[in-house]
Design a protein around this ligand. Structure first.
Ligand SMILES: [Zn+2]
Length: 268
């Protein structure tokens, strides 16, 4: 009986110790989260760009696709629109001639990993291999190296962003308009979502591996053109960046955009 009690006490204290360790493991992460966005990643990560003028960047991920990408390229050429392609290394190795065509026609090529894993869950060496191998495939297809990367699923840690930028010189490009076209909701839905949410400086995410996305593009391009948007590559958009002017009116102290401080007057 006494031994039994002792055992329980022992187990309880073990649980206590484990809880303390668990807390320790959690604290630095939660403590880190709210702060780093604007300053630490400024100039490294972009999900949109503040520009003076109606400029936007269309981006297409996960290709090239032997079947669909050439169709998209025909359409972009007919509209004289330059886009940015975030390529999967495996597909580059399989269709280097499509990548060469993308570059010939003025589009930008960027690194989207070799096999589309979740980079945030990988070792540094694993990530390095994914990016390096893709960069090599791109270089052998077009003779140049990319300067942008986009993590699959947008999944990447702040620490990874920093070392990748330092080691590869890549800017990390996310997006602010996502039509969720990979769920294949149909061309009309894809078109409406993009047209409704795109604003000056937007980086629009789409995938040139889904037939419905390609079908949506005539509608997307026509309507965005009708709204007066001008299409540039992501690097061109970034080069146009202008500082965000401090907001003059209602909230007296806000110097950064989107303050998380509780405000008595909700604006949305
Ligand atoms: Zn992707």
């Amino acid at each position: 009986m006494l031994i039994f009690r002792f055992l329980i006490f022992y187990l309880l204290s073990l649980v206590g110790v484990a809880a303390v360790y668990a807390n320790d493991a959690v604290v630095p992460q939660t403590g880190e989260k709210p702060k780093p966005a604007p300053t630490a990643e400024a100039g490294i990560t972009f999900d949109w760009v503040h520009v003076d003028g109606p400029y936007i960047a269309m981006t297409f991920d996960d290709g090239p696709s032997a079947k669909l990408t050439p169709k998209l390229l025909d359409l972009l050429a007919a509209h004289h629109i330059k886009a940015t392609f975030f390529l999967i290394g495996e597909n580059v190795a399989e269709h280097p001639e499509i990548v060469a065509r993308e570059v010939r026609e003025g589009h930008e090529i960027a690194n989207h990993s070799w096999s589309h894993p979740n980079l945030a869950k990988m070792s540094d060496d694993g990530v390095r291999g994914q990016l390096r191998k893709t960069e090599d495939a791109i270089r052998s297809a077009i003779g140049n190296r990319p300067t942008l990367m986009r993590p699959p699923y947008g999944s990447i840690s702040t620490r990874q962003k920093k070392w990748i930028n330092h080691e590869f010189g890549y800017k990390i490009v996310l997006w602010d308009v996502d039509p969720l076209d990979w769920r294949r909701p149909g061309p009309n839905v894809v078109c409406n979502r993009i047209v409704k949410n795109t604003r000056a400086g937007s980086i629009v995410l789409a995938h040139d591996i889904h037939p419905g996305t390609i079908e949506a593009m005539p509608c997307v391009l026509n309507q965005l053109e009708a709204k007066g948007f001008k299409f540039v590559t992501v690097s061109e958009l970034i080069a146009m960046e202008t500082p965000i002017p401090p907001k003059p009116s209602p909230t007296p102290k806000s110097t950064t955009r989107k303050s998380t401080a509780p405000s008595p007057t909700p604006h949305n």
